[in-house]
Design a protein around this ligand. Structure first.
Ligand SMILES: NC(=O)c1ccc[n+]([C@@H]2O[C@H](COP(=O)([O-])OP(=O)(O)OC[C@H]3O[C@@H](n4cnc5c(N)ncnc54)[C@H](O)[C@@H]3O)[C@@H](O)[C@H]2O)c1
Ligand SMILES: O=C(O)[C@H](O)COP(=O)(O)O
Length: 528
């Protein structure tokens, strides 16, 4: 199979070369939305930085697209919902530019405190205005870090070395980690009035949009300096402009803007504001890191595997992958079997993880999505995968629930999937006996022992002589070879279940004849 990948923002050659060793690559930068829409249908992969807006319209036109790679951290230029809906894997390179962005923040803070860009411009104009550029020291000043993730933490280490006092606000912070770094954790309300420098390092999301605004600025120290090397929009630019003009804020250092490029932004015109054109990640080292990371992830996905830093599907930690994989395989097969056993509109899917399967941790989310893939893929037009499985279920009003239990009916581990429709309910239980051996051990109330795969006929019938013989006759007449048979029953003479493994597909006429056998209540053919 030959694949084509579009690189629509400048990407380090090291990454492009890796891709070229695997597939055809077109590097076309500076395209607008309409231009991308025209060509995106040809491509299996799309690699971007922050320059390309991967909108819902772009994704709608991307008939073959399987992977969108963001060579960097922020994915706010990608419509994740639209990609998820279409089952397109979106992955980023979250740590590749952390140090670059951290060092840029530090450079901005130092430049801001000593007016370096303004003084440089002045000297270049032939001036010698030493008193116009009086600075402030960082030593012993309070640095308030809002958003204490990768970049925030690296910055704290460096600010400590400058003998600044570091305080941080992050609602999801690891307090122990902060303590280890000598950082005092505060609420935003506590941080705002004590900091001499405030720097933001959060993603731009609903909760962080304009989190720095006229109200919060009014509670800051007079003469505070503000830095944004994260995302435009975290700070309200108009409010910051007014506060600088009013003399409340001494200055600001901005690498990112509400609109990029910030052509119509008045804030960049102020002398107290120093600016760079979104250069946080622009180091040779960072660009190599992120380009190589997304190129490798793109290749993995196009080969049918999974990406390391998927942002729109649950991630399985690398050290857990071997453990989770057989459960994922089992759940998908069980889902595929179950959907062929039920009739009616699906109302709910319940998945129970029992015994050792209860310890899958976050891996259970991954396994559940594969069960949903098994259930929904055969019945939906749009391909269902690990990315859009949950979304596809939700869109159809299917309630999905997971239960964890220590109970496992004597098995070391037991996964049970139950589908309830508007007509019936059916369940299947499976077990991982070894990484290679997965089994279906129960269908409804009946015990069985079946390796899931291939063609099967599953019947519920009256446990009386002659019924099974008639099955064999009919399959024989249709030239269908029986490879294996298992019968389960609770009591002799009552209802029994039979799983018949056959070597080829079973035509509808054969199933119609089987259904007419006296004593057969239900019979279904399934390919798993
Ligand atoms: N200027 C650049 O070129 C450049 C380069 C790299 C990253 N970035 C941007 O920097 C930002 C941080 O990147 P990172 O790699 O450190 O990300 P990260 O995910 O490691 O850290 C983000 C932190 O923000 C915290 N957070 C989330 N919501 C919050 C809220 N409401 N209030 C306070 N904190 C909140 C999270 O808990 C997390 O700890 C992102 O916006 C990223 O896009 C910019
Ligand atoms: O989120 C990021 O990684 C940065 O904003 C870098 O953006 P860039 O790749 O366009 O430089």
């Amino acid at each position: 199979m030959s694949y084509k990948v579009l690189v629509s923002d400048p990407l380090a050659e090291e990454g492009v070369d890796i891709l070229r060793g695997f597939c055809e690559v077109d590097v076309k930068t500076g395209l607008d939305e309409d231009e991308i829409i025209k060509i995106i249908g040809e491509y299996d992969g799309l690699l971007v930085r922050s320059g390309t807006q991967v909108t819902a319209k772009v994704i709608e036109a991307a008939d073959k697209l399987k992977f969108i790679g963001r060579a960097g951290a922020g994915v706010d230029n990608i419509d994740l919902d639209a990609a998820t809906k279409r089952g397109i894997i979106v992955a980023n390179a979250p740590a590749g530019n952390t140090l670059a962005a951290c060092e840029h923040t530090l450079a901005m803070m130092m430049s801001l405190s000593r007016n370096i860009p303004q003084a440089t411009a002045s000297v270049k104009k032939g001036e010698w205005k030493r008193s116009a550029f009086m600075g402030v020291e960082l030593n012993e000043k309070v640095l308030g870090i809002v958003g204490f993730g990768r970049i925030g933490q690296e910055l704290a280490k460096r600010a400590n070395a400058l003998e600044m006092k570091v305080v941080a606000y992050d609602p999801y912070i690891n307090v122990e980690r902060a303590k280890e770094l000598g950082v005092e954790v505060k609420t935003l309300e506590e941080l705002i009035p004590v900091a001499n420098f405030i720097t933001v390092h959060t993603p731009l999301i609903k909760e962080t949009r304009h989190m720095i605004n006229s109200d919060s600025i009014s509670k800051m120290k007079d003469g505070v300096r503000i830095i944004n090397c994260a995302r435009g929009g975290i700070i309200n630019e108009d409010d910051l402009y007014d506060a600088i003009v009013a003399g409340k804020v001494a200055g600001a250092a901005l690498d990112v803007y509400e609109e990029e490029p910030p052509h119509s932004s008045k804030i960049v015109t102020l002398d107290q504001v120093i600016t760079t054109p979104h250069l946080g990640a622009s180091t040779v080292e960072a660009q190599q890191n992120v380009a190589v990371s997304v190129a490798k992830q793109c290749i993995e996905v196009l080969k049918g595997g999974s990406a390391k830093f998927v942002v729109n599907a649950p991630m399985v930690p690398p050290d857990q992958q071997d453990r989770i994989e057989p459960y994922a395989r089992l759940a998908q097969k069980m889902g595929k079997l179950l959907i062929q056993l039920v009739e009616g509109r699906i109302e709910s899917v319940e998945i129970e993880y029992g015994g050792k399967a209860a310890d899958l941790g976050r891996g259970s989310k991954y396994v559940t999505r594969l069960a949903l893939k098994g259930i929904l893929d055969p019945i939906l037009q749009t391909p269902v995968n690990i990315v859009n499985a949950e979304f596809a279920a939700k869109e159809r009003g299917i309630k999905v629930s997971e239960t964890i239990t220590k109970e496992s009916e004597g098995f070391a581990n037991l996964v049970t999937i139950k589908i309830t429709t508007d007509k019936m309910a059916e369940s299947v239980s499976g077990n991982v006996s070894s990484p290679e051996k997965i089994r279906i051990v129960k269908i409804g109330e009946y015990m069985t022992d079946m390796t899931p795969g291939g063609d099967v006929i599953i019947s519920r019938h009256h446990d009386v002589p002659g019924v099974i013989g008639r099955f064999a006759t009919i399959t024989g007449q249709h030239n269908i070879n029986i490879a294996g048979m298992q019968v389960g029953r609770n009591k002799p003479g009552e209802e029994a279940i039979m799983v018949l493994n056959v070597d080829s597909a079973v035509p509808q006429e054969a199933m119609d004849e089987i259904l007419k056998i006296e004593g057969v209540f239900t019979a279904k053919y399934a390919h798993i």
